[in-house]
Design a protein around this ligand. Structure first.
Ligand code: EPZ
Length: 421
């Protein structure tokens, strides 16, 4: 397994191009199952999760054509030749559950392995399943699989999600496009990735209104056709790299970064002492004073503070002046980066979903362990601001969500390398 070594040191400066969003691509690609026509994606991030999604779709009968070094992918599914999404692929990537809605909408039959939990939580899919049942899908959970069938097709209905689940919203939105009649989905997720999916589905001929708000209305159509779609910029990658100049000093321009994708996050950073300037090419970020100030943070569904940036924010607040309180309200076990940061000299106390962080003058480099995707990168950020060497083990987590992470950090002057252990 590879490790990443970071030599702590001075300020960073330079520019980083922001890639297409992993969490958009992972829902856009299964949408190609809804039609027998080619669907082409551009600005696709080159990540292991994308490769896994290609594998999964190919196993279902999709023809996958990858071009431009992985940044352009065309998916064509003349027919779904295999209705089973097997455990050996699904266990690698929870987002595989997003083939369920499209498959059952297209053919009225699907069997998808239950994704199981992951490091950050149990991550059930009950809301996905209840919503599909509301559309007339019959479900049978056995031998670790969800067996779904709708022999007479799906029927439009009104369904209120008990929680604004991103994945459930995506699954139900995709299924509703081919559902007879009108479907009204209430208390849906509002993330930019949902809007990006709705944009693709409309380009394919779907009839959707309300995306980005809490209520979406979908008028079902008989068929969808192909389209070409550019994946929206990755706001979590953007937020991650915005932290680099704030934790290490200096200034960095994030090319393709759009403030509107991260408004509440940007406001919280400014409260902590960041200067964020919109430029023609993206966002310029620097500290606006000598030291970052402590702030309190609570993660919420969009448009609140993103849970996917909580670990990175914790790393920053470990070096802030004062004490910060972070509340993680989305996942039940998303503080695994805390003990690793403590190994680097951070002062963090965790109690349930709350972490209290008292800033220290300097972190010290140390050998640490990556536990999940966003925790991994928070340790690299902490390494930038530390004295000495930080060695992050098990960085395969990073490959799932951060394209060319070493070269992007190097582009701003970080002393970082990847080694095979
Ligand atoms: C998506 O996961 C993202 N993944 C996650 O990003 C992100 O953290 C999350 O949304 C929240 O923003 C992708 O888009 C591929 P949820 P998802 O359904 O859809 C509970 C990353 O680092 N829940 O909104 O799985 C669930 O347990 C990843 O890129 C149910 O109880 O998130 C969790 O506590 C991590 N029942 C909460 O809701 C359900 O049926 C949020 O889950 C579904 C979810």
């Amino acid at each position: 397994m590879d490790s990443i070594i970071v030599q702590g040191g001075g300020a960073v400066s330079g520019e980083i191009p922001i890639s297409g969003a992993k969490n958009a691509a992972l829902t856009l690609m299964p949408a190609a199952l809804l039609t027998d026509q080619p669907v082409t994606f551009t600005n696709v991030p080159r990540l292991s999760d994308i490769k896994t999604t290609n594998e999964l779709l190919a196993s279902l009968g999709t023809e996958v054509v990858v071009e431009d070094d992985g940044q352009k992918i065309t998916l064509t599914t003349p027919e779904i030749t295999n209705q089973v999404a097997h455990y050996d692929i699904v266990r690698k990537m929870r987002a595989s559950i997003l083939v369920l809605g499209p498959m059952v909408a297209r053919d009225g039959v699907a069997a998808v392995s239950l994704p199981g939990g992951c490091a950050i939580g149990a991550r059930p899919v009950d809301i996905h399943l209840r919503g599909l049942e509301a559309l007339g899908v019959e479900l049978d959970l056995r031998d670790g699989y969800v067996h779904a069938k709708a022999p007479n097709g799906l029927t439009g209905a009104t369904y209120e999600l008990p929680f604004a689940s991103v994945g459930a919203t995506e699954n139900l939105l995709m299924a509703a496009t081919l559902t007879k009649g009108t479907t009204v989905l209430k208390n849906v997720a509002r993330e930019p990735e949902i809007v990006d999916l709705a944009d693709l589905l409309r380009a394919m001929g779907a009839n959707i209104t309300g995306d980005g708000s809490t209520v979406m209305t979908i008028e079902g159509v008989d068929k969808l056709h192909g389209a070409t779609h550019a994946v929206v910029a990755d706001r979590i990658e953007l937020g991650t790299y915005m932290m680099a100049p704030l934790i290490a000093g200096g200034s960095v321009e994030l090319l393709g970064g759009k403030r509107r994708l991260l408004e509440s996050f940007c406001q919280k950073l400014e409260e902590a002492g960041a200067s964020i300037t919109e430029t023609e090419r993206g966002l310029m970020v620097a500290r606006n004073g000598a030291r970052i100030q402590a702030v309190d943070v609570t993660t919420e569904p969009y448009p609140g503070f993103p849970t996917d940036l909580q670990a990175q924010m914790m790393a920053l607040l470990c070096t802030a002046e004062g004490t910060s309180v972070l509340n993680e309200t989305i996942f039940e076990n998303r503080f695994m980066h805390a003990p690793e940061l403590v190994r680097m000299g951070a002062d963090i106390e965790v109690s349930g979903g709350t972490a209290t962080v008292t800033g220290v003058d300097k972190l010290r480099g140390a050998p640490v362990m990556a536990t999940d995707l966003r925790a991994s990168v928070s340790l690299i950020l902490a390494g930038l601001a530390s004295t000495g060497e930080t060695r992050v083990a098990r960085v395969y987590h990073l490959d799932r969500g951060y394209e060319r992470v070493v070269s992007k950090f190097r582009a701003i002057g970080a002393n970082i390398e990847r080694i095979k252990e």
